[in-house]
Write a protein that binds this ligand. Structure first.
Ligand SMILES: C[S@@+](CC[C@H](N)C(=O)[O-])C[C@H]1O[C@@H](n2cnc3c(N)ncnc32)[C@H](O)[C@@H]1O
Length: 326
């Protein structure tokens, strides 16, 4: 195996991901696996699939034959489960073609499902005789047995509203994410580079600064840019020598934490009336406000968040109070 490249808070290895994980990663040592495995649809045909200018795409993408996709998925998922700490999270970006094999491998592993996120992107594959394909699947699983990091207010405070009075925090946490692809005219790219907005969102919610993030299928290193840019440590494996040679030098120039200063600062304020006794009046007002919000069509979760802001209480305080009245 070739020698690893260590730079800043990153470790990059030009090797098969299973071999790399076995050699470089101890059991339960990783906080987040963030990965985008080969799609098994013929990497060299992706240009036709996406109908785009391929001149700046770095060659050497290693694809997985269709018939091998099931065992391939089982092998890398087992390795991811081994290296994740209890409570650590796994995010897999998957197309539809081999989704059932990735899900099959996850279900056979010790990991548990947290969310199935749909990533919707504009400008999908053009069609005339059927609907246009414009989404990927983002599978969020976790290793049980420990505390899962979920930074609820990392991007929007619970009390922040948009101009229509809707909770920005709630909207950001719905499981359909509309995020555009990045266009990089004239710059080197990998065949399936993921947008930074997608990856940074995952990193912000599910890790803290200094945590270790692993990408088993590095490609052009978009996961490394998100991780290192946000001050996390990173390990990435890429089997293709040409992609590795073309992309790792630029990853080594990333400055750890350089993206932190440009992040939106959420407005978070501690609930002003938390811990105070409830008056009968306040209790009645709570019940009628809850009924009104639900009648207006708000879901239970969103209504509770709205009431927490309105009454200056924590979410759990609101839930407890409402359940006493049911
Ligand atoms: C879908 S691409 C990843 C793209 C990446 N998310 C990016 O933003 O550029 C999958 C990558 O996995 C690599 N690959 C295929 N089999 C591999 C293996 N067994 N170990 C490590 N890398 C592998 C491919 O060469 C390809 O670069």
């Amino acid at each position: 195996m070739v020698e690893p490249v260590r730079c800043g808070t990153g470790l990059f290895v030009n090797c098969d991901c299973i071999e790399g994980a076995r050699r470089f990663l101890a059991d339960a040592s990783v906080d987040l696996v963030l990965t985008d495995p080969p799609y098994g649809i013929g990497g060299d045909r992706l240009d036709r699939h996406y109908n785009r200018d391929e001149r700046h795409v770095v060659d050497g993408y290693v694809e997985v034959p269709t018939e091998a996709y099931g065992p391939f998925s089982s092998a890398w998922v087992a390795e991811a489960a081994r290296v994740l700490r209890p409570g650590g999270a796994l995010f897999v970006v998957s197309g539809y073609t081999h989704l059932y094999e990735v899900l099959g491998a996850l279900r056979a592993s010790p990991l548990v499902e947290v969310n199935h996120i749909v990533w919707k992107y504009p400008f999908g594959v053009f069609t005339r005789k059927k609907f246009v394909s414009s989404h990927y699947h983002v599978l969020y699983w976790a290793r049980p047995g420990g505390t899962r990091t979920f930074n609820l207010e990392s991007r929007y405070g619970i009390e922040e509203r948009n101009e229509n009075g809707r909770s920005l925090n709630y909207l950001d946490r719905e499981d359909v994410w509309t995020i555009g692809r990045e266009y990089k005219p004239g710059r080197a790219k990998n065949r399936n580079e993921l947008p930074q907005a997608l990856l940074e969102k995952i990193v912000q919610y599910t890790t803290n600064e200094g945590d270790l993030i692993l990408d088993l299928f590095l490609g052009g290193g978009s996961s490394a840019r998100a991780a290192i840019g946000l001050g996390r440590r990173f390990v990435g494996f890429e089997i293709s020598p040409s992609i590795f040679a073309a992309r790792v030098p630029e990853l080594c120039r990333l400055e750890p934490g350089s993206r932190l200063a440009s992040l939106r600062v959420p407005v978070t304020a501690p609930p002003t009336r938390r811990g105070r006794a409830w008056s009968e009046e306040e209790d009645l007002a709570l019940v009628s406000s809850y009924a009104r919000l639900r009648a207006d069509g708000l879901g239970k979760g969103e209504a509770i968040e709205r009431l927490a802001a309105e009454f200056g209480r924590g979410r759990f305080g609101i839930v407890k109070r409402l359940s006493r009245r049911e």
